[in-house]
Design a protein. Structure first.
Length: 899
């Protein structure tokens, strides 16, 4: 029997490799090309297109261990974590798959063999469940699986149970592959009395392996249809089976968690499980010790954070980043409130987790510094606001108590969140301690827009749920020549159609037998153009991929289109501009590493005909000098007229190319396409000066075809992630001409020459500085000094007190803005009345996350007032001067959540 979780993992893979399965490494937690998922939440995610018949692999049997997070969307275990000993947000899913190969018989036989013969689990403790049918769906009971359990295993027949659709029909989401499942449960009771506890939610009889028999696809209309072929998808949580094989009662007593809890104990006085009196205190299963709950929450959440950030997912206010931020704040709250840990502590668990898991998931070691820095910054930021939020809550609670109120209004709970990032569950806990409740309905109403931020994906043209699409021969996509093709059908209203006709004005996505259109993938937008035939024209507005099928989305402009018709595929000439920008993106990636360092990793990109956008990991704004260096390096490669080479290579060989770059979370085919600049043989002739990447996009043949490269903007899009927007070719020339025109116009206004502009502006700044040393209205002569300075990617954020007339406060804000401040918040008192003034630089306000009007509006209630204004300038008044210090603290907390 395996003794460690490392052994269990290895033995599982080896068992199935001996039975003809190919080991497939875990995919990223960042789902590839699936807008329905926040995170990879099951082993089958990376195989979904195979189940739908869109993709073919060189193997029909696979086995792996998949990184998974369930903390948002349909499968959400977040609130259970810590309050029992077997739920997790992050877990490893051991699994084996059959893609149209074996089915129920072998899946059941091999599962039984591994559990009983290899791992030696007592047969009398194992129970199997099968699907009992569902009349509402018109689904019969899975008697086939029940019969197989009796014939291909020696399980006790009385241990075979029928389950409901809820327990024994598996679906990964609202749409997609699904089917009946057979779960294997283990009875951990002392007297083997657990038969009645199967599927009852009792920890003494728990599921350890789920065998899913993929037979159906659920479409956008909610209806089930048969899949092109039947498949097997099994999943077994390593944490649970590790607990069983190590003879524990709690997952947290296994070697996956004990080192993390032991490290946590060095940071607090609490000793996990000490109150239990057990010889193995880590094997505690009671739930009444809140300190133990906190340890479990933190141990689990630390793993989620470290793995997710290593895969390029950053805590933020949107989508999966919002869920990740919620996980971090939940862990921080438990540590602060129940373990009395002061200061950042999650960051101190990073080395422990990586030491335990880094040999299997090597990306953890290569990105350890980046993970550490990201967690530290996020934890420090929330730590500051958490303490202030507690103080603000206490003041509000005292006021309510004095008025005899027992319910905290929802808008106050929302203000605690919006200003301090204060989790509502923490607000509820503290309210209960004061004998109060929280108006959750009011809070939910105020939070509606924020909840939308954690939803997955938008209402774009959805092709991911259309099954049975034929493959398209797209080998011509790297050529600009027109191609004749045959219409096979089209997708309309979520269905694939081959009958009838498309008429003028009809919108659809046409399916062809072959095409020269590039389907959107890898950050490159899909081609546009036309499909033409005698008497007709179809405008292709976008080309998208659905597995191996290219969908030509657009509208019929003339004539009628029928299945079987021959059309000519004509790609728009703007394809050449896309190629310029794509090759330039590779050169930019190379130049950034040269200027900033090898820690640079691509975090996303968009390549379109008019511009390129490149997101990369870096924790500081680039200086003007660094931007100039990057531009110079790229343009030198363009002027050098170097060859751009594309080759296909086995994935294993391509990964060995020195300096080759790949994108976190991207799923690459085997063989993979390699793009290199400056060499005709990227497999053997590459070096530090060779930009080389895995890429399936369209590219130039020579760098000189890009013409020229110009960076337009460099900005922050999330903590630790920067974005460069740039242009090439004629668009870059136009931008240079615009800049030149603006330069001459500025020189004309200031009555000087373009070459003397810097000198003239410096003289004017000096003059303005002298004039503004005194506040407007004739105050003291000393220059104002802000009390709080916050560094942000766009410049300093300044906060302070200035007791002066509102005109003087505005003038001071303007002076500080002209000195380079990104945002300023001033508060002052005149004649027992409070004035608040906020000013935000234009460029910062345009980004949308920080607006002066929102800032003032959020803080004004603290001083008993109200107000508002524009995104760049706003003011408010108040009647409670004694609350000015609290207001300035709140202003700091509010802005720290947004910069």
């Amino acid at each position: 029997m395996a003794s460690t979780c490392k052994d269990i993992r290895s033995e599982f893979i080896a068992f199935f490799e001996k039975r003809g399965h190919t080991f497939v490494p875990s995919s990223s937690l960042l789902p590839a090309d699936d807008p329905t998922l926040l995170f990879a939440n099951a082993g089958m995610n990376q195989f979904k297109d195979i189940f739908l018949g869109r993709e073919k692999r060189p193997y029909t049997r696979a086995a792996n261990t998949q990184k998974c997070i369930r903390a948002g969307g349909k499968h959400n275990d977040l609130e259970d974590v810590g309050h029992d000993t077997y739920h997790h947000t992050f877990f490893e899913m051991l699994g084996n798959w059959s893609f149209g190969d074996y089915f129920k018989a072998d899946a059941i036989k091999w599962a039984w063999e591994l559990l009983t013969d290899v791992w030696g689990l007592p047969k009398e403790r194992l129970h199997a469940t099968v699907f009992g049918g569902d009349q509402s769906e018109g689904l019969a009971a899975d008697d086939e699986a029940a019969d197989l359990w009796r014939t291909v295993t020696d399980i006790d027949p009385t241990h075979i149970h029928k389950g409901s659709k809820k327990d024994n029909f598996w679906e990964m989401g609202d749409t997609g592959p699904c089917g009946p499942c057979s779960e294997i449960h283990i009875d951990l009771t002392d007297d083997l009395s657990g038969a009645a506890m199967v599927n009852a939610g009792d920890r003494r009889v728990m599921e350890i392996w789920n065998l899913v028999f993929m037979q159906f696809n659920r479409g956008l209309d909610g209806k089930l249809s048969p899949l092109p072929a039947t498949h097997v998808d099994t999943g077994m949580g390593l944490e649970r089976v590790g607990m069983v094989l190590q003879g524990k009662q709690s997952n947290y007593a296994t070697d996956l968690f004990v080192p993390i809890i032991e490290k946590l104990e060095t940071l607090t006085d609490h000793r996990y499980g000490a109150a239990s009196g057990l010889s193995d205190r880590f094997d505690v299963v009671t739930q009444d010790d809140i300190g133990d709950v906190a340890c479990r929450v933190i141990a689990d959440h630390a793993r989620s954070l470290i793995f997710a950030i290593a895969d390029g997912i950053i805590p933020s206010n949107e989508g999966r980043g919002y869920v990740l931020r919620r996980i971090l704040r939940r862990a921080a709250r438990y540590g602060r409130q129940y373990l009395n840990i002061k200061g950042p502590f999650l960051v101190q668990l990073v080395p422990t987790v990586i030491e335990a898991m880094g040999d299997v998931f090597t990306e953890l070691r290569s990105r350890q510094d980046y993970v550490t820095q990201t967690i530290r910054e996020e934890e420090e930021s929330f730590g500051r606001t958490l303490d202030r939020g507690i103080d603000l809550f206490q003041r509000q609670a005292e006021k309510l108590a004095q008025g005899g109120q027992k319910q905290l209004p929802g808008d106050i709970a929302f203000d605690l969140y919006a200003t301090y990032g204060f989790p509502v569950d923490l607000t509820q806990v503290m309210a209960a301690e004061c004998g109060m409740t929280v108006d959750v309905d009011g809070y939910d109403s105020a939070m509606a827009r924020h909840r939308e931020a954690s939803s997955a994906g938008g209402e774009q043209f959805k092709v991911h749920a259309v099954a049975g699409l034929p493959s398209t021969d797209d080998q011509y996509k790297y050529s600009r020549q027109s191609v004749p093709a045959t219409v096979l059908g089209w997708v309309r209203d979520g269905n694939y159609e081959q009958g009838g006709a498309l008429r003028a004005g009809d919108q659809a996505a046409v399916v062809l037998d072959k095409t020269n259109f590039y389907g959107e993938s890898g950050g490159q937008v899909g081609d546009a153009g036309h499909l033409t035939w005698p008497g007709g024209k179809f405008a292709v507005r976008d080309a998208q991929l659905a597995g191996d099928c290219v969908l030509h989305a657009g509208v019929v402009e003339e004539g009628e289109l029928h299945a079987g018709a021959t059309v000519t595929c004509e790609v728009d000439p703007s394809r050449m501009d896309t190629m310029r920008n794509h090759t330039a993106t590779h050169l930019l990636n190379w130049a950034l590493r040269l200027v900033l360092g090898d820690h640079i990793h691509q975090a996303g990109s968009v390549v379109s005909p008019d511009r390129l956008r490149f997101d990369f990991s870096h924790n500081q704004a680039l200086t003007a000098e660094q931007i100039a260096q990057v531009e110079t390096l790229v343009n030198r490669r363009i002027l050098a007229d170097e060859v751009v080479t594309a080759v296909l290579a086995p994935l294993a060989d391509a990964k060995k190319i020195p300096g080759v770059r790949a994108v976190f979370g991207e799923k690459y085919p085997d063989p993979v396409r390699v793009i290199a600049v400056g060499t005709s043989d990227p497999l053997t002739q590459t070096g530090p000066d060779t930009p080389v990447e895995f890429c399936g996009g369209t590219h130039l043949s020579r760098t000189s075809q890009a013409g020229v490269f110009k960076i337009l903007t460099e900005e922050s899009v999330a903590k630790g992630v920067r974005r460069i927007t740039a242009v090439t070719g004629s668009e870059a020339v136009a931008r240079f001409q615009q800049s030149e025109a603006l330069l001459h116009q500025a020189a004309l206004v200031l009555r000087t020459s373009p070459s003397e502009l810097p000198e003239r502006i410096a003289a004017m700044q000096k003059e303005i500085k002298e004039l503004r040393k005194r506040p407007a209205g004739g105050g003291a002569g000393e220059a104002f000094q802000p009390q709080v300075k916050i560094d942000s990617p766009d410049g300093e954020v300044l906060i302070g007190r200035l007791d002066a007339p509102v005109e003087a406060m505005r003038s001071e804000c303007d002076r500080l803005r002209q000195k380079g401040a990104a945002a300023i918040f001033l508060g002052g008192v005149q004649e027992d009345k409070v004035t608040l003034v906020a000013m935000v630089a234009d460029a910062v306000a345009k980004k949308g996350s920080l607006k002066a009007g929102d800032w003032v509006k959020a803080i004004a209630p603290v001083v008993g007032g109200g107000g508002g204004g524009k995104p760049t300038l706003a003011q408010a008044g108040g009647k409670q001067p004694e609350q000015l210090a609290a207001a300035l603290e709140a202003a700091e907390g509010w802005v720290r959540q947004r910069v």
